[in-house]
Design a protein around this ligand. Structure first.
Ligand SMILES: [Cu+2]
Length: 647
């Protein structure tokens, strides 16, 4: 088809537009030498699934629910989305798909004043000169804290792959309150909170967050062993959910990708590629099987208590040995390497608590691992670890991530097929056990195009409700008006309440969110007005406002109350070192003020009853009209304070 015509309605006879499939993605993969790995998909049964597949869905015809809301109607679900290279955390309403908020965490944001205020800089981390330590980030995965198998609305966590940082978002105010840089690792990718304590039954909520790192490096990575690939290793890290300190790390073979945790708190796992330990991608794809690596949390923490660890470089974090060679005896093993074909991507816990599912990526298979059997192996009751694999079935080309509907079905993205496959887990287990009549593939749906992450409403809890499914498609190609060379990505919404999946909405999204979670709105109780007492620097009364000088160290205390700042003017001298503290004394919901100082590169907002501060050096004489940047009142334009700087 003539590509130039694709932007016109008459050139779109086929709503599913299958003709576009695989052109870019496969060409790119072949060019990258991935034919090595793909050949594994063309074995005896090739791309045809072993079980009879339902015909690909044509234009949406089945009955479905309407995702669009009437003006004034509220969404029934929250979606928490990672922002990708923008380094932020996004909040969506679903099913409408409306973006409600972006919470800055790793990167500066001039609306919030993130990276500009002293409070945000303290969270983000600074160099000795007070400038930000890092100004780039790459967020991929976000997951929230649990209680009794469901989200409890306390926290979400999100990763920065570039600089190996984990940020925590408070879900009462939707702000980032802590960031921790993981020692000894690069390429921190997968992240997942635990769901209960492995030992103490009273702790049926999140107290740890697990972090998997992809890239293996010399340890410590200080210039030694640069060319000794056999010494490169990566680590799996455990961060304390409250203190955000790194509790411990595990030295492992292979590279971590995603992370999953069991509902009983006993196991965490990461799917692994490059168990070969290669440095070039050809080397990373030579093995036919890689692994889903399980961590026995209680044993690891006992080993740390017993002093069986070492540390690397300047890091004080205890590191236990989880390599394959050191963990051959199941009775003492800290880790267990269940094999999975080939460069697997994604590991997801089923909502019934029984299984972890890994997708094959370079193999057309989904692998179902029964957690009770992994625990049996650790207890010496299972002779071969791979007997924990209860199904390994063909589901389609390029399987990546899996979501669940709580009715026994899994939904896996097929990157190369540009499809979602709905498959029944128990039927797959029967098929794997020898029942060739077990039809595990239930439905297939074309998506647009090359889907990566997928998640369904409540899918990662014990309360998966099988209502809505979102899929993050990496290429949008022809789905939206062109805006130059950078295409939006396509986030698609699918109604999964019936037997057939129905595609109900496309949304363009700025690249690239990667992962997201969706849950019922009643699980969050956000606050709209801050508590003045949470801020030690709060200027609690306009009478406390003013200029307080100690030599050239100056504190300017400002209050805002629509439509006026107090003081209306303040006087400084060139050479002053100023800390300006502002408290918004307005108590009314939605009454946010901003504060900008021209030519001093300062802007931030103060929400109702919030206090923020900025520190700057006065280096320019003249008049500078500080003004409210956030519309607040009919006299908003008049809401100013005159900064008078004497030479
Ligand atoms: Cu204002």
């Amino acid at each position: 088809m003539d590509e130039a015509k694709m932007n016109t309605a008459e050139a779109m006879p086929d709503p599913s537009r299958r003709k576009f499939l695989n052109t870019a993605a496969l060409a790119g993969l072949a060019g990258a030498g991935l034919s090595v790995g793909l050949s594994a998909c063309n074995n005896e049964s090739g791309s045809k699934p072993a079980a009879p597949a339902a015909a690909p869905a044509a234009a949406p015809a089945a009955a479905h629910r309407e995702p669009h809301l009437k003006p004034g109607e509220l969404d029934t679900y929250y979606g928490l989305w990672s922002g990708g290279h923008t380094g932020d955390f996004r909040v969506l309403g679903l099913p409408s798909g409306r973006e409600l908020h972006r919470v800055p965490c790793f990167n500066a944001d001039p609306l919030i004043g993130w990276g500009i205020t002293n409070e945000s800089k303290a969270v983000m981390g600074t160099k000795a000169d007070g400038s930000l330590k890092y100004t780039v980030a790459d967020t991929h995965h976000t997951h929230a804290s649990y209680k009794d198998g469901n989200y409890d609305g306390r926290y979400a966590w999100i990763n920065d792959k570039i600089n190996s940082r984990i940020a925590r978002i408070r879900l009462d105010y939707f702000i980032c309150d802590k960031i921790t840089e993981l020692p000894n690792v690069q390429g921190f990718h997968g992240i997942f909170p635990d769901k209960r304590d492995p030992v103490d039954p009273a702790i049926n909520y999140t107290t740890r967050v697990f972090c998997g790192a992809e890239f293996h490096t010399p340890l410590p990575n200080d210039g030694r062993d640069l060319d000794s690939l056999d010494k490169y290793r990566t680590l799996f890290s455990c961060v304390d959910a409250e203190s955000m300190e790194v509790r411990w790390q595990v030295l492992i073979d292979g590279n971590c990708d995603l992370v999953a945790t069991s509902f009983d708190g006993k196991l965490a796992a990461t799917n692994q590629y490059n168990t070969e330990g290669g440095a070039r991608y050809e080397d990373m794809m030579s093995a036919e099987r890689d692994a889903c690596l399980f961590f026995n949390i209680a044993r690891i923490e006992q080993a740390v208590k017993d002093g069986k660890f070492k540390t690397y470089g300047s890091s004080k974090v205890p590191v236990v040995d989880g390599t394959k060679a050191a963990n051959a005896d199941p009775k003492t093993a800290l880790t267990a390497y269940v094999t999975v074909p080939k460069n697997p991507h994604g590991v997801n816990a089923s909502p019934d608590g029984k299984y972890f599912i890994c997708a094959g990526k370079l193999s057309p298979t989904g692998t179902v691992i029964e957690l009770a059997k992994v625990l049996d192996w650790f207890d010496g009751k299972l002779d071969e670890l791979d007997k924990a694999i209860v199904a390994e079935v063909e589901i389609g080309l390029g399987p990546l991530h899996t979501a669940f509907d709580g009715r026994g079905n899994a939904y896996t993205t097929l990157f190369l097929d540009s499809q979602i496959v709905k498959w029944n887990v128990e039927a797959a287990i029967k098929f794997h056990a020898g029942d060739k009549n077990a039809q595990y593939v239930v439905d297939r749906l074309d998506v647009h195009y090359q889907p990566g992450h997928i998640n369904a409403s409540q899918s990662e809890t014990m309360f998966a409700d099988g209502q809505w499914l979102a899929v993050g498609c990496k290429f949008s190609k022809d789905r939206f008006l062109p805006v130059g060379p950078l295409h939006a990505e396509t986030e698609q919404l699918v109604d999964i309440s019936g037997e057939k999946m129905v595609l109900v909405a496309d949304h363009p999204v700025r690249p690239e969110p990667h992962d997201f979670i969706i849950f019922k709105r009643e699980l969050l109780q956000p606050k709209q007005v801050y508590d003045l007492n949470e801020f030690p620097l709060a200027v609690k009364d306009p009478k406390e406002a003013g200029v307080f000088r100690d030599g050239n160290k100056v504190t300017v205390k400002i209050t805002s109350m629509a439509p006026a700042f107090e003081p209306r003017e303040f006087r400084l001298k060139v050479g002053d070192e100023v800390t300006l503290i502002m408290t918004n004394l307005d108590k009314i919901e939605d009454l946010t003020h901003g504060f900008a100082i021209p030519k001093y590169n300062i802007n931030f907002i103060c929400n109702p009853q919030e206090t923020k501060s900025v520190t700057f050096k006065v280096d320019k004489p003249g008049i500078f009209w500080c003004y409210c940047t956030h519309f607040c009142h009919a006299l908003h334009l008049e809401m100013r304070s005159r900064m008078i700087v004497e030479a």
